[in-house]
Write a protein that binds this ligand. Sequence first.
Ligand code: HEM
Length: 386
Amino acid sequence: MAVTEVEASLHQALRAARGTHRIVYDPLAPPMLIDHDDVYRYVASRDVRCQEGELLTLTGITSEPIWAFWREIMFSKNGDEHRRLRQIVQSAYTVPEVKEDRGEIRARALALIEAFADGAEVDLVGEFVEPIVAFGICNRAGYDVTDHARVMRWGRQATTVFVGLSPENQQETGDAFEDMFDHLDEVIARRQAHPQDKVIDRLIAAHNDGRMSYLELRAMLGNIVIGGYATTQHALIWLIWYLYHHRDVLIRIIAEPELIALAVNELLRIEPPVAATFRTAKQDLEAGGCPFKESETFMISFLSANRDERIFPEPDRFDIDRDNRRQLAFGAGPHRCLGASLARAIIEEAALALFTQRPQLEISGADSEWSPTDGFRELADLHIKL
Ligand code: HEM
């Protein structure tokens, strides 16, 4: 089915539901909040907590390497434990810190585009999006990536955890996690011996002075490397797709490059790469007009909140001039995305480089392959002709 048709039916269903309900039920998943104000309130509320591994139980995952990672990452921790870990890493991902990376991201993007042969058909995901996202993320973490495909594989396997895995898939995902642990163990050992002054070195120092355990250090590194891969990649692919289909906006951006920031924010509103998240009640409570008992889990739909017509009039229109400050693609509250500024920097610099160097690029094929899932939404494939 074409991208636009799938899009229309999904959003039609959510719109219809929002007209009469604040929560929707699916027999195969926890109930889901769909109203913008409920989503905003409960993603950040102190009455709920992030999943401490129950998500894996919920999706039937038993494989130990996957648990070993999830138990230790910041996203699975709450309260003081979460604050302790977040404080160690937070200052490295602020807007001013990340601003220093923009020149390098731009230079790498231009080099990748330079390598495209004139008139060639290019697999944009494999030859541009994956390498530039991998570069931006690993460059900030502070070590050279030589094998992008390997890092990409971890990211892809990690995202499958959200949608449930068959025993064979668990084996494959478990192997990818083991491979990631081996790699991170090597990187950490190397940097212990020859420290520099990058994010990874700051994390190792925090471990050395007792602020985090070795397993937390390794999980944190894994989290900041693979945590942003799939999401940033999907957002960049979607942005290229939207700008290609909104020539008027593209022409404005080429004339006034600073407009790219508005385009990225609007893209994140209309196509949030993380469609939904989970929260668990810390006590009996009412959410979306429904009672939940302590320890019960519900879902929170960023996808629905970001197209809630009460907040964003004509929500299906890609409009870079709208007020989209209340869009929730990066979540809100204590677990708000750590890498939001970095993701914006990568997407903005990469898209600007592509469209300023190759303004006449054409997307080839009728509609590129689209893989909707409950948790993540992606255009898996995008070929262009130069
Ligand atoms: C467009 C790209 C991205 C999107 C849409 C996105 C989205 C999100 C969302 C929605 C959350 C919060 C989930 C919740 O509260 O349940 C989150 C958390 C997180 N993100 Fe991102 N993300 C992106 C890129 C990145 C990047 C590049 C990094 C790399 C540093 C990253 C690292 C993290 C981490 C470590 C957390 C957990 C934060 C915590 O638990 O305190 N993300 N992300």
